[in-house]
Ligand binder design. Sequence first.
Ligand SMILES: [Zn+2]
Length: 428
Amino acid sequence: MDYSKTTKPLKTAGGRQTASCGLAMWICFMGSAFFTGCGKRAPIEPAVGMDSPEQTWVRVLLFGNLDQCTIAAPGGFIVEGIDNGVTAEFSDTQPMRLCLENGRIRIGHHRVGQDVMIRSKDPYYFLVDDAGFRGNLHVRVTEDGTRIQMINHVPLESYLLGVIGAEMYSYWEPEALKAQTVAARTYCLAIQHRFGPARLWDVTRVQSSQMYHGLAAENARIRQAVLETTGQILVAKGNDGSEAIFPAYYSSSCGGHTENSQAVFGEDWINLPGVACPWCEKITRRRDFFWGPVDYPIDGVSHRLMERYPVLQRLERIIDVNVLETGSHGRINTIELIGTNGQKDRLRGEDFRLALDPSGLRLRSTLVELIKIKDGIRFDHGRGFGHGVGLCQYGAQGLAREGCDYTEILSFYYPHARLVRIQTTAAQ
Ligand SMILES: [Zn+2]
């Protein structure tokens, strides 16, 4: 894999935080209590350069529909009103209730506005209820005025500390952790670029983006993987011939062969090719690698699909499903749906799987056989776990055990990609 170095930072939406207004009114709420930390351990080290605007920042949706919570910060925090320009400093380190009052956000006894940036002070982290998150919190009232949205603005490298330990066992091989870190960093920046600043957040903290557990996921081994790959991302030539960052997808276990991204997601910018991967089967317990049977009554299938995709109601009720296209390695890529009125529609296999089982824990992959049974369908002889595109996490661990370093693991799962380094942290 080629390795080139560049100091050119990516332009990131997360870095555009609201600057303090020169005319802002300062109010100080002084407190004397010591920070108790709610019994949680302190982070291993403070985030680097939190007070520098030179960071690449990520905006993570923590809560889209919050009623209330408590917040606390060991160093206190500053609230900046995005909508009203009022700035208030809270030095009380005890947990305070954050809730809605007459359509405005209330923290402790103070109403602070409808749209605020809450900036943590050194050591730059919050406890939201019992969960620790580094960085700042953008808190706003939802459009309908009834709930609270909370978005964590966090430097990219600090964000990764909270992702890698949530996505992979931290006791796994260091080279597997490093490969995972580069993939997660690349994926996050690619998604950030794809959606841009118009959306108030770049990624969620759940599986639909990548898991993010904040401070709870951090430990020394994760920190080492992040530090040793700081700023390293993958780029590849797209179908238009230009080289750029791309969503470096990854999943738990590919079941023996990864699938090309176009077949699963219909990506049109880059097509990640599928590769044979014997490594995940070697190290996964047999009962975790092979799965099935899983049965669904056809009425349940119809109900779940129409709930997820209301447009399918034009079929009235789904009475039959057929596999229309299977990938060259056995993955179900397209499903045909047939309605009581004779009309037909189709869904991508992955969308079909997650509509039937949003958790993905029962229907673990589309590398499975679909069998008709009386009044329903059966998924049997399944293999692997996840969508199967890009890096196979169990496979990466297998390759690391065989002695491959993280650059070899990455070039195995992203064969046309090139590793480059960008500046993601403030110059020291
Ligand atoms: Zn695999």
